[in-house]
Design a protein around this ligand. Structure first.
Ligand code: FES
Length: 156
């Protein structure tokens, strides 16, 4: 995995400018915006956020590491989330994970070499009637049949 990313300061400035300087209460929101922009929280971005909001760096790090939705490691352009809640599990979510392993060559928690995809498993996403469910770039892919996930991914 490539971890040698330097921060794009122009993109970072656009994100920071959405939040008032010194507005410490915006910490989680700003970190979410950074993650939306970069798909993870680069180290330099966390430092910039702490500086912008005038919060201690250790506080920014503790929030960034507390929430499971934040990632401190680079992730792919498309985050593929496979629901492993009970309904999805019963209806074949494990097969979907195996299909993704075969199609992308990565296991949950990993990112493809070309940085296009990261696969994650998540708990129930509240769409059990559509099980098994995959979410790619916040788009729900319902009723994923065995062998179909790669084609469904390409279609979105
Ligand atoms: S268990 Fe997957 S959406 Fe509920």
């Amino acid at each position: 995995m490539n971890t040698a990313h330097s921060l794009d300061n122009t993109r970072m400035s656009v994100v920071l400018d959405k939040h008032e300087k010194g507005a410490a209460a915006a910490l989680v929101h700003l970190l979410q915006d950074v993650q939306s922009e970069f798909n993870y929280l680069p180290k330099d971005a966390i430092i910039a956020v702490a500086d912008h909001l005038n919060v201690p760096l250790c506080k920014a790090y503790s929030v960034a590491t507390f929430y499971k939705t934040f990632s401190l490691t680079p992730r792919g352009e498309t985050i593929v989330k496979v629901c492993m809640g009970t309904s999805c599990h019963i209806r074949g979510a494990s097969v979907v994970v195996e299909d993704l392993k075969a199609g992308l060559g990565i296991a949950p928690g990993e990112t493809t070499e070309d940085m296009k995809y990261t696969v994650e498993v998540v708990n129930c996403v509240g769409a059990c009637a559509l099980a098994p469910v995959v979410i790619a770039d916040d788009k729900y892919i319902p009723n994923v049949k065995p062998g179909a996930v790669m084609k469904r991914l390409e279609d979105i």
